[in-house]
Design a protein around this ligand. Structure first.
Ligand code: ADP
Ligand code: ADP
Ligand code: ZN
Length: 238
């Protein structure tokens, strides 16, 4: 994923590494900046980044059975069934890069997924750290309508806040950028509804169990990252 211009200027944080296995969650509505921040965090810390949206889009591109099931649901702004997501995560966490912790972007999105993750966190003795991105709705709409995406390498851009160097062309791999089918206006409305109905209860699930840290996501990419960093280093985790 290409980083917006602001993200290039971080110095002195390349040695960030969580002191114990963290299960670091980025929660927030579509367009809040979870993917952007998770890419930076993974680059700075080396922690295994698990973006379920990216994994599903990859499955669609490879035309796997999971991709065939997920595609029509995603295109209409609906969530993919919990059983498929839990199986996807269960398999992913067996990879060796997950031994030192996980960074989850886009999971869990339902209470059932959160309960499955609670079990995994217990089984692995991980520390759960929950970040909840807060961004005004009108800003989310602007971010999603201007988001552009590379179907070859999944790099993400924004027409205004994070444009590619050459209009319509991926900086990383040179492919033509497109708008994600689910970023069209009518589908976005559906996704925000799904978020409110199915994912807000996930936040409530965590509020009852652990500290949920609010992140003001309506700021520059580098400022948002600076707010998250102490939690990654374990300094603020509670
Ligand atoms: P966003 O950028 O809006 O946060 P994602 O890339 O995370 O979107 O997800 C895109 C789509 O993939 C979702 O609208 C949903 O259909 C599907 N998806 C991703 N993660 C999950 C999940 N944990 N549970 C169910 N569906 C998911
Ligand atoms: P999510 O994964 O939560 O759906 P993304 O990280 O894909 O969100 O961000 C949505 C869009 O907004 C992308 O086009 C991205 O380039 C842009 N964006 C992300 N963070 C910021 C920010 N802090 N300020 C302005 N634009 C941003
Ligand atoms: Zn690309």
């Amino acid at each position: 994923m290409a980083l917006p211009a602001e993200a290039g200027g971080f110095v002195g944080v390349a040695d960030v590494s969580p002191k114990r296995p963290l299960c670091f969650l980025l929660l927030g509505p579509p367009g809040a900046g979870k993917g952007t921040q998770s890419a930076i965090i993974a680059r700075k810390t080396g922690v295994a980044r698990i973006s379920t949206g990216e994994m599903l889009r990859d499955a669609i591109a490879r035309k796997t059975p999971l991709g065939e099931q997920a595609a029509p649901l995603m295109d209409h702004g609906n969530l993919v069934p919990d059983s498929l997501l839990v199986a996807l995560i269960d398999e992913r966490v067996t990879h060796p890069d997950c031994t030192n912790g996980l960074l989850l972007d886009g999971f869990p999105r339902t209470v059932r997924q959160a309960e499955a993750l609670d079990q995994l966190v217990r089984d692995r003795g991980m520390e759960l750290v929950v970040m909840n991105f807060d961004v005004p709705r009108e800003v989310l709409l602007r971010r999603l309508s201007g988001r552009r995406w590379c179907p070859s390498c999944q790099a993400t851009y924004h027409l205004e806040s994070s444009p590619s160097k050459k209009e319509g062309v991926c900086d990383t791999c040179g492919s033509a950028l497109i708008q994600r089918a689910d970023d069209r206006e009518n589908v976005v409305a559906k996704r925000l509804e799904a978020y409110e109905a199915q994912t807000i209860p996930v936040i409530e699930h965590y509020v009852k169990r652990v500290a949920v840290h609010r992140v003001d996501g309506y700021r520059d990419v580098s400022d948002v990252f600076a707010e998250i960093l102490p939690f990654l280093q374990g300094e603020k985790a509670s």
